[in-house]
Write a protein that binds this ligand. Structure first.
Ligand code: G3I
Length: 305
């Protein structure tokens, strides 16, 4: 294949990007996005603060713009994210207990119902595990409603949109030897054994010099897949430049291609200038929209698979 989406499709996988609704009018941006990618994630527009700015008053305008652009151009959509400790609307941030639990479940139900039938995979719960060596849950207002809040969110999402794949999504879960990776693995194993509806695990894959692409990445992906879930690289970006960055991108693609249930890769933005890492160059296209060495290494790795 001569584009990322075409090359990934040859092995039955997708290749996606995060899209920001307010950049779609930039034709350099939308031309690259349309040509290279066939899976779209809303970078911010489907988050809790965007979709429910006031309690029980939902605003889908920006999320709908992204879904409609994706559908017009024949692309699928990953939903991001139904429940998260961060990017909560102000009214939710100080809630607790049963009121918060019910508000969270109502949010999951309403948003998943609005987008029912249009979402390939939902990040139902995002970033619920703690950093560091504990392997346990992150403290948050949602966690303080009870340890079962994650499975309650997954059950609500399944009821609202039975066709969407339901994912748990997190960062720094790439290295198999990290406690956080093990914590998520144990939760997914428990969910599968008890019939909690989970279909996939997303690995955000935000890499930098302090958090490099691990040499055991394929082991991590394979071990999760062996639990009976699909795995996806959901927010890939890698700090750096030139051949070092290109090689690390190649390693991520090769790890995914080595696992049958690694069904797709999404990069977290189009050009370096679109990245949330404002001062970095972590993506596949430079600020002018030119293909970087990292682009070529990803395309070649996909074609070699
Ligand atoms: O659009 C408003 C603008 O109107 C306002 O004036 C300005 C002032 O703060 O904020 C603008 O919103 C910002 C938004 O990005 C759009 O640029 C928010 O402040 C800013 O917080 C938000 O950052 C996003 C971040 O998530 C928020 O948590 C990044 O774009 C987005 O790339 C990033 O994505 C996350 C994933 O959702 C989860 N995994 C990690 C990943 C990277 O942090």
């Amino acid at each position: 294949g001569s584009t990322l989406q075409a090359a990934a499709a040859e092995t039955g996988r997708y290749f996606g990007t995060a899209i920001a609704a307010n950049r779609l009018s930039d034709t350099t941006y939308s031309t690259i996005a349309n040509r290279e990618f066939n899976m779209i994630t809303a970078e911010n527009e489907m988050k809790m603060d965007a979709t429910e700015p006031s309690q029980n008053q939902f605003n889908y305008s920006s999320g709908d713009r992204i879904v409609s652009w994706a559908r017009q151009n024949g692309k699928q959509v990953r939903g991001h994210a139904l429940a998260w400790h961060s990017q909560q609307p102000g009214w939710m941030q100080n809630m607790s207990g049963t009121a918060l639990r019910n508000a969270m479940l109502n949010h999951v139900t309403q948003v998943a119902t609005h987008y029912r039938g249009q979402i390939h995979s939902w990040d139902v719960v995002n970033e619920a595990f703690a950093d560091g060596g504990s392997g346990g849950r992150r403290d948050s207002n949602l966690q303080r409603t009870g340890n079962d809040w994650i499975e309650a969110a997954f059950r609500a999402a399944r009821a609202a949109d039975p066709a969407a794949k339901l994912c748990y999504n997190d960062y720094n879960t790439d290295n198999w030897s990290h406690a956080k990776t093990q914590g998520v693995y144990n939760m997914v194993r428990d969910f599968k054994s008890r019939g909690v509806p989970i279909d996939c695990v997303g690995f955000q894959a935000h890499f930098n010099s302090g958090n490099p692409v691990p040499s055991n990445y394929d082991t991590t992906l394979r071990n999760f897949a062996a639990l009976g879930v699909d795995v996806q690289i959901t927010e890939l970006d890698i700090e750096g430049s030139g051949s070092s960055q290109a090689q690390q991108y190649q390693g991520v693609v090769q790890a995914c291609l080595s696992v049958a249930r690694c069904t797709g890769i999404t990069v977290w933005g189009v050009r370096d200038s679109d990245s949330w890492r404002a001062s970095g160059t972590p993506l596949l296209f430079d600020g002018s929209g030119n293909k970087k060495a990292a682009y070529t290494s990803v395309l070649n790795a996909l074609n070699a698979g």
